[in-house]
Ligand binder design. Structure first.
Ligand SMILES: Nc1ncnc2c1ncn2[C@@H]1O[C@H](COP(=O)(O)OP(=O)(O)OP(=O)(O)O)[C@@H](O)[C@H]1O
Length: 471
């Protein structure tokens, strides 16, 4: 591929034969997975043993997808792989690990759990550590992987070659360099625009309250105009994802949901049915925004405008992959315009407006809103919110924390934060008042020295001082 090795030049193998760590940044769908799988397989064929390579990735679905690539490309070598992700049987995984697979593909949490609790396998001899979607792994977003990564990094040898990949590495380059310390070779594919040329990017300005009517209209239009179609719709929360799925089903659209509050088996089943076109619409949270490679996806709809440009880049990258064409439409409300500007600035391209027939939208507006409300009521009658709370508590227990103690700590921390904020505001105010007073005195002094009779200007000074302060 065309690209730019930075810095220092040279390749990722030095003249001495020593392998440098490697960071690869290229657009979504450009084939980064094969770019690390193939060289690893080549090295494995020269000196086969297990466990030879560890791949860490942020989502469970992605781990299965990477394993599939290893399986397909490594078949002639008789490659043995092992997938270690949460939500699956831990004992079966431990057994597999003890059988010394060549490649382990894992999500950080579950692998760290195995490392903490078992001594039936070792990662001390691995040659390669791959961090796919490396910037996400380092991010402290809703899922914070840093603690688990610490455990993993403590279990792998210092002499390994570390490989970091993502379509959005550049923002977190310095943090990533702390992981790839062996003279990292950084490859960035050269391009002005950060999304692929084959992707048509549009926005649709819609009032918040009528968003769903626009969505239904868009889907209906695609269904009417295309025979072979497939859409991913991204939502901001699990609840929204669930409600939208219920709603679209009411309109007889073939949709399926994917979010982190579903059981892992349901998640895999949903994805499999979408991949095989049993369902044409996948409604997902950002759990599906990175890495998933489903060639049939022609359209991505952002039901909410992503809060960060890099999330936008990954979401829209689920279409227009490997040279195919695709369309991304982002629903933008009156509150999101600044987010669109930030996205445009990052991707270095302007989104064009998508035009729809407003009258057609208006004609379904009431029906859509009523259906949505019905779905919300139905969901409230289930224990969806409760489940969320239970899931959170379960996660904490798995992390060795006491949920009640954590809740107490959180409340105390919030109290302290609030107090600190109030204190800072008070200090700020006092300083401001002091400043104003000093300025007022200074001005008075100046006026007095120029005109001893200026004392009659006294009442004007606060206003004047205010102007000076503001100006
Ligand atoms: N040389 C190639 N020729 C044709 N297709 C390829 C080639 N290399 C990879 N592909 C295919 O391109 C698709 C996208 O590859 P891949 O999933 O590795 O992209 P990626 O760069 O990792 O994207 P993302 O940043 O979204 O994770 C896959 O279906 C893959 O099989």
């Amino acid at each position: 591929p065309e690209g730019r090795p930075v810095p220092g030049g040279g390749g990722c193998v030095e003249a001495t034969g020593v392998c440098r760590d490697c960071m690869g940044c290229a657009k979504t769908g450009s084939g980064k997975t094969a770019a690390f799988v193939l060289p690893i397989l080549q090295k494995l064929s020269e000196d086969p043993y297990g466990i030879f390579c560890l791949v860490v990735t942020p989502t469970r679905e992605l781990a299965y997808q990477i394993a599939e690539q290893f399986r397909v490309l490594g078949k002639p070598l008789g490659l043995k792989d092992c997938i270690i992700v949460g939500g699956m049987d831990m004992v079966a995984q431990a057994l597999e690990l003890s059988r010394k697979p060549h490649v382990v593909i894992a999500t950080p949490g579950r692998l760290a759990d195995h490392l903490r609790s078992s001594n039936t396998f070792s990662l001390r001899k691995i040659k390669f550590l791959v961090l796919d979607e490396a910037d996400r792994l380092l991010e402290q977003g809703c899922t914070d992987f840093t603690k688990d990564l610490e455990v993993i990094l403590g279990a792998v040898p210092a002499t390994r070659q570390t490989l970091l990949f993502s379509a959005t590495l550049t923002d977190t380059l310095n943090e990533l360099k702390s992981l790839a310390m062996n003279k990292p070779f950084f490859w960035e594919s050269q391009a002005e625009v950060r999304t692929v040329d084959e992707l048509v990017q549009r926005y649709l300005l819609v009032p918040e309250k009528v968003k769903d009517a626009y969505l239904v209209h868009l889907i209906q239009t695609f269904q009417d105009e295309h025979e072979d179609w497939s859409i991913i719709i991204f939502t901001s929360t699990c609840k929204d994802c669930q409600i939208l799925n219920m709603m679209l089903k009411q309109f007889n659209f073939p949709s399926v949901a994917l979010h982190s509050m579903m059981k892992q088996k349901q998640r895999f089943a949903a994805l499999a049915k979408f991949k095989s076109s049993v369902f044409k619409i996948l409604i997902a949270t950002d759990v599906a925004s990175r890495g998933l490679d489903i060639p049939t996806v022609q359209v991505v709809i952002n039901h909410n405008t992503p809060g960060l440009p890099k999330i936008y880049i990954h979401r829209v990258g689920r279409t227009a992959r490997a040279g195919r064409h695709g369309l991304a439409i982002t629903l933008v409300t009156q509150y999101d315009i600044h987010l669109v500007h930030a996205i445009e600035e990052q991707i270095k391209t302007k989104l064009q407006e998508f035009s729809v027939e407003e009258r057609a939208v208006l004609s379904i507006l009431t029906q859509v809103n009523v259906t949505r409300r019905e779905c919300e009521i139905k969901l409230e009658a289930t224990d969806f919110d409760e489940k969320k709370e239970i899931n959170k508590r379960k996660q904490m227990i798995l992390e060795g924390k006491d949920p009640d103690l954590e809740a107490k700590r959180k409340a105390e921390l919030a109290k302290i934060k609030k107090k600190n904020k109030q204190f800072r505001a008070r200090v700020q105010q006092t300083l401001q008042e002091k400043k104003q007073l000093q300025l007022k005195r200074k001005l008075q002094k100046k006026l007095d020295s120029k005109n001893p009779d200026s004392s009659h200007l006294g009442p004007w000074l606060p206003g004047l001082a205010g102007c000076v302060l503001r100006g």
